[in-house]
Ligand binder design. Structure first.
Ligand code: C5P
Length: 215
């Protein structure tokens, strides 16, 4: 069974998807982490960000492995490193790159072969798994989303202000919505859930109930 969870940054989808996968005994596919890992690989190899072919080559040869809670790039644990503000900003070069998207979409489909999966991202219901049995679109008001992300970054020791987080989020929302291929769009058959005012536990419970109805 494939469950897709798409939505904008800060909608709470990452932690909800991870916990949902754990509860169901499914594998968790964090596709944002894959785009982030490609950006980190590019930064490490001092890629020319204006040369899309170079980044695509790096994506092709990089080994990205996901397990429930960790992400490995060429065998090294980069779980924390891919979440910095700098890598978050550079990730647009991976996400806007058509060749990189092709490589990662293929890897995502391969990951799901023969497994029950909760797949989380922007294009999981629309592009990667249009046949998924349960499609969810999670969202929340932009201020609520920015506040969540701010608290998350501060808890990880980043020095940021709420205003800067909101500004960066607006830029990212716009980039995600305007992306021609794999952009953020709710699939016609996705169930939309607004998480404003819901606790993380309530979100997971709601998602689990929706999935179990379809099992
Ligand atoms: O979800 P997360 O914030 O980790 O995603 C990082 C970036 O990767 C997003 O801003 C988005 O631009 C991109 N992304 C994407 N397609 C996905 C998942 C993430 O383009 N399936």
């Amino acid at each position: 069974m494939i469950v897709t969870i798409d939505g904008p940054a800060g909608s709470g989808k990452s932690s909800a998807a991870r916990q949902l996968a754990r509860r169901l005994g499914f594998q968790f596919l964090d596709t944002g982490a894959m785009y982030r890992a490609v950006a980190l690989a590019g930064q490490r190899e001092d890629v020319d960000w204006d040369a899309p072919d170079q980044l695509a080559q790096i994506a092709q040869k990089s080994q990205i492995e996901l397990s429930q809670d960790r992400i490995l790039l060429d065998g090294q644990d980069v779980t924390q490193e891919i979440r910095t503000v700098e890598i978050t900003q550079l990730t647009k070069y991976a996400a806007d790159n058509t060749q990189v998207r092709k490589i990662l979409v293929e890897a995502q489909r391969k990951f799901a072969e023969g497994q029950d999966v909760v797949a989380e991202g922007r294009d999981q219901a629309t592009v990667v798994f249009p046949q998924a049995q349960c499609k969810i679109f999670l969202t929340a008001d932009e201020k609520v989303r920015a506040q969540r992300r701010f608290l998350d970054l501060v808890s990880r020791g980043e020095r940021v202000t709420l205003d800067s987080v909101l500004d960066n989020q607006r830029i990212r929302d716009q980039q995600d919505e305007e992306r021609r291929i794999g952009g953020l769009r709710k699939a016609d058959d996705s169930i939309e859930i607004h998480t404003n005012g819901m606790t993380p536990a309530q979100v997971v419970e709601r998602l689990e109930a929706l999935v179990r109805e379809r099992m």
